[in-house]
Write a protein that binds this ligand. Structure first.
Ligand code: ADE
Length: 324
């Protein structure tokens, strides 16, 4: 059964300290180790709640997924993908980190970095559009996080300003890997982490292929044409985001999904007057129908739009620009 006890706290391991004294170290956190307070967000299968570690008082965003609902909606595969993906991407400042997972009879719990600045989309809506400096700063951090994902064999497949969260320093943290695609990890020949999969107690769900992954406005033309997403599909979405940060709206938007898809496959979009020249050139080299002809991450980092940006760890020590 999946019904690992809710109180699966206090699983301890015996160890000896440097003085030879026996110490008991807790190896697995459980529901009882956290005090849950306010709701931070709600998704279709989950609720994100503020959780405080009772021992350390460190705050986390705890994503609580309802098992019954996930089974009913046949989303089991995706919650396991999300966990496996996050486990592969730890240790990057631009990606929400997964600290612990546990479960009780009703729910799965994913203990994540808290991003107290909320969604990039909300910030953008509040001020309308970003200037070039802010777009460069957030764009650079997003590219850096995408590079890390791709280097570790993860395609996000649903990049959009709602899935870019901001921490207390107003630095980005990419979230929502529930629709990610996991490629064999080029850097890791070892077997999976041995984490126990959440499985349907009735029967394993079918591997029914979904016709559509992602959000209409950011979906790539290759996914619409061939039902196939690749790493550069994330770079299409990145191009849409750069456009949106500067223009205040995504490049492809219509009154319904079908018309949005038509615009995408026909590359039907326009730049508003005054759109900065270098940014226009970057977007035009990303919003390219043929995924193989889109700018690579290396070329994006060297593009004129990012002139003066030092990519690398120092990017995450910079003070965020004042939003305007
Ligand atoms: N809402 C969803 N995920 C969140 C997170 N990691 N931090 C804060 N709010 C969230």
């Amino acid at each position: 059964s999946n019904g690992e006890d809710a109180g699966a706290a206090n699983i301890t391991q015996q160890e000896y300290d440097t003085n030879g004294r026996l110490v008991l170290r807790q190896v697995k956190k459980g529901v009882k180790d956290f005090a849950f307070s306010r709701t931070l967000g709600e998704g279709s299968y989950s609720t994100v709640v503020l959780g405080t570690d009772r021992q350390t008082l460190k705050e986390y965003a705890v994503k609580i997924l309802d098992k019954k609902h996930i089974i009913k909606e046949k989303k089991i595969k995706y919650v396991n993908i999300e966990r496996d993906t996050l486990n592969r991407l730890i240790e990057h400042p631009g990606i929400v980190r997964l600290y612990y997972t546990f479960q009780d009879n009703a729910s799965l719990y994913y203990v994540l970095d808290i991003a107290s600045g909320g969604e990039l989309l909300a910030v953008l809506k509040k001020i309308g559009s970003f200037n070039e400096e802010c777009t460069r700063f957030y764009g650079a951090q997003i590219v850096c996080a995408i590079e890390h994902m791709h280097d570790r064999g993860v395609i996000h497949r649903d990049l959009k300003p709602e899935n870019v969260l901001l921490d207390d320093q107003m630095h980005i943290k990419i979230t929502d890997f529930g629709t990610a695609k996991l490629l064999p990890d080029p850097r890791d020949a070892t077997a999976p982490q041995g984490e126990q999969n959440f499985v349907n107690p009735e029967q394993e769900e079918s591997n029914r292929a979904r016709s559509f992954v992602g959000t209409a406005e950011y979906v790539s033309p290759e996914l619409l044409r061939d039902k196939h997403a690749c790493k550069s599909s994330d770079l299409w979405a990145f191009g849409c985001m750069i456009y949106q940060l500067l223009a205040g709206r995504p490049p492809f938007k219509a009154s319904n999904e079908y018309q949005t898809f038509q615009k995408i496959v026909n590359l039907e979009y326009e730049f508003p007057p005054g759109f900065p020249h270098a940014a226009k050139d970057l977007v035009e080299r990303l919003l390219v129908l043929d995924p193989q002809r889109r700018l690579s991450i290396e070329h994006i980092k060297n593009h004129e739009f990012f002139d003066g940006v030092k990519f690398g760890r120092s990017l995450w020590r910079l003070k965020a620009p004042r939003l305007m």
